[in-house]
Design a protein around this ligand. Sequence first.
Ligand code: SIN
Length: 291
Amino acid sequence: MLNAKSGPRIRHLAPESAPYEALTVDKLTPVIGAELAGIDLSKPLSDRQIDEIHRALMENLVIFFRDQTLTAEQHLAFGRLFGDLHLHPAAPHEKGLPELMTIYADKDSPRANGEGWHSDVSCDEEPPMGSILYIRTCPPRGGDTLFASMYAAYEALSDRMKRYLEGLTAIHDGEDAYRGTYANYGVADRPAYPRAEHPVIRTHPVTGKKALYVNRGFTTRIVGVPRDESTAILNYLWDHAENPLFQCRFRWQENSIAFWDNRCVQHRAMWDYWPHTRSGHRVTVAGDRPV
Ligand code: SIN
């Protein structure tokens, strides 16, 4: 029987990684997150560097770079190395650059981006593959971002729960998440926001691994089960997904970059730095329909 004395909740064994030649990779935890060094993203990157950045992302789910000095165009060009860029359905962007999302909170802000656990724009039919956040202005302390592995969340479910969830789908709805949310930036609401049905357990198109794919930010109900059952199961899964065992926490400095894989990661930004300012930009790489 499984109880508190049955050993660790997850037995995560990271597969042996081939050596990196074009950069260095320093893991934050055994489960998720790595800081990459020895690379200047403002310079043209070789095929090997691009391959190794992609491999580090696949192996670590979220990767971090320090001390990068990028123009808006260089930030966008870095994103395009990994796919077409995604247009956010609601958030403000820099003038004339619709793919460059503005991240900004100061003492007068009514809200800050990403304050609850979510996977970016999971309400889209084809949610973004990855997000590349570049923070230029940091508060003296605070404003960390937490990232959680949804592979680990899936692995740590009981076999009975995995069997129950297999084949289920859930609705992800942008309506509550986005309506009125960006009014303080002068963004007018659209008549409607995206809504999509996705598998509760998705299979990553590159790694072939299964990941839990429901999040508090967008998922509203599981399809084909009574409403009360859906609510109870979603509440369990959200609590489960937020277990600190599956997380890393990134402490920003000015000119840091985080690049996360939305297909297997949820994240949450801490707004604990009032009255200070935190700001930067996000470039988001388009993705596929989850299967
Ligand atoms: C986001 O959800 O993209 C914002 C994350 C952050 O500001 O750390």
